[in-house]
Every structure is written in structure tokens, then in C-alpha cells.
Design a protein around this ligand. Sequence first.
Ligand code: 5GP
Length: 203
Amino acid sequence: MNTKKSMLIVISGFSGVGKGTVVDLVFDSLPNIQFSISCTTRAPRAGEEHGVNYFFISEEEFEKKVQAGEFVEYTTTFTNRYGTLKSEIDKPLSKGVDVLLELNVVGAKNIKKLYPDCVTIFITPPSIDALKARLIGRGSEDEDSINRRLEEIELESKEIKNYDYVVTNNVAKTCAEKIVAIIRSEHLRVSRQNLDNLFEEEN
Ligand code: 5GP
């Protein structure tokens, strides 16, 4: 069998860009892929579930995992901590299953260093001004928090050049189709295929 090597796919994007919807659509189209569930110290939002979207844990539990070396990478934002568990990556990879990680720019950088052949994708909005206006206009956050998010957008913009791919999210379905195309193409790289058994299975 021409066993294709499984790979890590890292997706990042500005807050409010619609990553969640796009990622859900990507999962609908690809069978052999698993989401890496991160640990976080932030509280669940409406509709989020423990063990599905995140493992929601306390600051103490998070620190214990740091000390035990359970994280492959972790980051601290202004208010919360986020960490990728080694087990969430290693287990599926060893079974030949792809792993999709949704990380901020710090996490993407760290994973790229540790797994140089991972594929990094940054999702952008069609208009950065519209995203900023929406953030300011939604009225659910105070001025400090809005300013922090705007600052984050500026910082993250500078990191886009380090990603392998950048995809605009104009229509979620189209954006997801582009990401699926990237993943399928990446699997056809010579370096990701078992050349000894090349003629035993169609690509
Ligand atoms: P949110 O709180 O909106 O779910 O996530 C905030 C940011 O943290 C997003 O950019 C998300 O991609 C990122 N994030 C989620 N989990 C991890 C993780 O395990 N590591 C890193 N570095 N970033 C994460």
C-alpha cells in the first residue's frame, strides 16, 4: 500500500474572522483528520463543550501540566493560557491520521520549529477595516478589550509572511474548499509519499 504520511495542519486567523465555521466545513470534507483539542484556562463560551472545543481547566491544573511536560507548546495571552497537549498530536499521527490545530501566531511559530514539515495557513478577512469596525461596533466589549484586540490584529498581521498559505474568508464554504485543496495537494508531495509502494495505489 502506498501509505501517505499523516501531517499537521496549523490554522490561524484574526479574532472574529470566522475560523470556527471554516474549520467545521473542512472536517465535513475530509475523513482522515482529527482536531487537536487544546487546554485553556478561559471560561467556556455559550455552546462550547469540554473535550470538544477545549479542555477547560483551572490555572493550577494548567501549571501542573506545564511542569509535567505534557504540552508541546503553550502560550499566555493578556488574560488566559492555552496549550497543545503532546498526546493530541502524537496519537493520531502514529495512526496515520492528520491533525488540525487552531493556534495563535505564537503557537504556529512554535509548532513550525518543532515540526518543520507542518502546513501553516492564515485566514484573513476580505477587509481589515470592516473587521475592525465590526469589533468596535458589536458593543459587547469595553474599550480596553477592543484596543487589545486591535493591537493583536496589528501584531498578527506582521506574522502572516511566515505562513505557508494565506486564504481569504469571503464565503466560508469557498474558504474551506481552498483549505481542503491545500491539504490534498500537500499529501501529493513526493516527500509525503512512500515511494517504495508508489504503484500499488492510486494517488
Ligand atoms: P479563543 O479564546 O478565541 O478560543 O482563542 C484565542 C486564541 O488562542 C486563538 O487565536 C486561538 O487560535 C488560540 N489558541 C487556541 N488554542 C491554542 C493553543 O493550544 N496554543 C496556542 N498557541 N494558541 C491557541
